[in-house]
Design a protein around this ligand. Structure first.
Ligand code: GDP
Ligand code: GDP
Length: 447
């Protein structure tokens, strides 16, 4: 049985220089989640995936202040804390254990208490037990979870994470799904105001839909179920789409987080882009994550009605630009729609189902091996480094679907050049008709 898991967010909040990024690095480096063992394309300082006591979560460093006046820092800090309260499951509030209680800290801790959000206070820079002098001062604020920590010397970090992630274990799990006929989970993602809700409303208007309100899950997610030619489709986390946050515009990283967490949960992602703006840096980052997770993704260019003086070249030019800006997901099909005029929105669901079906396909080991043989004939494998022999390919097999994953056993996989790997990947995609979706091939050593 599959349980829907929600990606959890733990946010680090605190004044500049208290050690948030040191703590971030400490946690990410040592508690790296082993889910994605391939080298990532998104070297992101903002989000990192970590695991503690078997619970996976995203850690988000809300830092990155604009260096302006002191007052301004305070305003930014309050905004970040509020955003973290809204979006995260747990807030780790970081303070400087050498300075003691700062007026801004007391103010923020008061806000956190009022919000009833699960939060822990990390009194950082307590490198040695003798540095724990200010702990009591923080406890006096009525906060039970105060931990002396040294990010630099790795002191107290485990206890801090025990407390921060405790809530995950007690949170009720999502409803179980019918294992025989699991719904296809779609996520509609994209920046604020690109038209996600308008598209969702069109989809809901067209199909018979049931709102599946599911309180008790860690985030207040609401899934909407649609039926399309007898198939069940679930649009996940529509609460995230509908909830209009005042600050998302300002703190784009949180809207990116929502996209990333939806990406993890979905089978197919629908990335909505505003035709007037084209793809932004935030979209490119989301595209990078989609690629890392090998998620099928449909690019929807919305507000196509606003593009004036369209000629026969407009779509081609727009597509070329998108391929450039979102190069990681060149595999993704693109559709130009207008939610306002209901132009081509009805294509979305069938296109997503097609992507899902492509990704679900499994090929027998003999098919995979025959294909591998043909590929090797087409393009002889490269030489082993510093040796006068070629890399030997033994056999290949498909190890999973959604995304399709293959393992190819060969000698000296380390000597395989990226371009040859890319060639094999493209051949596999073509041979097995994975034309619009990413696949993953792991070259494993076997002699
Ligand atoms: P941020 O602005 O909150 O992200 O803070 P940084 O992580 O950049 O750290 C600010 C300064 O505090 C740096 O000079 C760090 O080396 C130092 N620092 C961070 N953590 C510790 C710690 O546990 N102990 C000590 N002694 N210094 C630390
Ligand atoms: P969201 O924040 O991504 O959910 O975006 P909304 O669906 O709330 O749309 C933001 C604004 O764009 C609203 O004022 C919509 O009426 C408008 N909008 C949405 N889709 C279209 C479209 O296809 N064409 C035009 N011209 N406006 C649109």
């Amino acid at each position: 049985m599959t349980l829907r898991t929600y990606t959890r967010l733990v946010a680090l909040v605190g004044r500049p220089n208290v050690g948030k990024s040191s703590l971030f690095n400490r946690i990410i480096r040592e508690r790296k989640s082993l889910v994605h063992d391939e080298p990532g394309v998104t070297r992101d300082r903002i989000f990192g995936r970590a695991e503690h006591n078997g619970e996976a979560f995203y850690l988000c460093d809300t830092g990155g202040f604009e260096p302006t006046s002191k007052d301004n820092i305070k305003i930014q800090l309050v905004e970040q804390a509020e955003m973290a309260i809204e979006e995260a499951e747990t807030v780790i509030f970081v303070v400087d254990g050498r300075e003691g209680l700062h007026p801004v800290d007391s103010d923020l801790i008061r806000r956190l208490r009022k919000s009833e959000k699960n939060f822990v206070v990390c009194v950082n820079k307590c490198d040695l037990p003798k540095d724990d002098i200010f702990i009591e001062e923080f406890r006096k604020l009525g906060v039970p979870n105060v931990y002396p920590v040294s990010a630099e010397h790795n002191r107290g970090v485990s206890d801090l994470l025990d407390a921060a992630t405790e809530i995950f274990a007690s949170a009720p799990k999502a409803k179980q799904e019918d294992p025989e006929n699991p719904p296809v989970k779609l996520a509609i993602i994209g920046r604020p105001n690109v038209g996600k809700s308008s598209i969702l409303n069109r989809l809901v208007g067209e199909a018979r839909s049931i709102v599946d309100n599911r309180p008790g899950t860690t985030r207040d997610s609401v899934d909407v179920s649609l039926k399309y030619h007898g198939r069940e489709i679930k649009v996940i986390d529509t609460a995230g789409i509908r909830r209009k946050s005042r600050m998302v515009d300002k703190l784009e990283k949180f809207s990116a987080f929502r996209s990333v967490s939806c990406l993890e949960d979905c089978d197919v992602a629908v990335l909505v882009i505003n035709a007037e703006d084209g793809a932004t840096d935030g979209d490119a980052r989301v595209a990078g994550y989609a690629f890392e997770l090998r998620k099928p993704i449909l690019i929807v260019v919305n507000k196509w009605d606003l593009v004036k003086d369209k000629t026969s070249k407009t779509v081609k030019d727009f597509t070329e630009k998108l391929h450039l800006d979102l190069r990681y997901i060149r595999y993704a099909p693109i559709v130009f729609v207008s939610a306002l005029e209901n132009l081509r929105v009805s294509r979305l669901i069938p296109m997503c189902l097609d992507l899902f079906d492509q990704g679900s396909k499994r090929n027998s080991t003999s098919q995979v091996n025959n294909t591998l043989k043909e590929i090797l004939l087409k393009h002889t494998p490269p030489m082993v480094k510093n040796k006068s022999k070629r890399i030997k390919f033994l056999y290949a097999t498909q190890v999973g679907a959604l995304p399709p994953r293959f393992v190819i056993f060969c000698s000296h996989p380390k000597d395989l050049h990226f371009s040859y790997k890319r060639f094999v990947e493209n051949e596999f995609r073509e041979a097995f008709n994975y034309k619009d979706i990413p696949i993953s091939i792991i070259f494993r050593e076997r002699t």
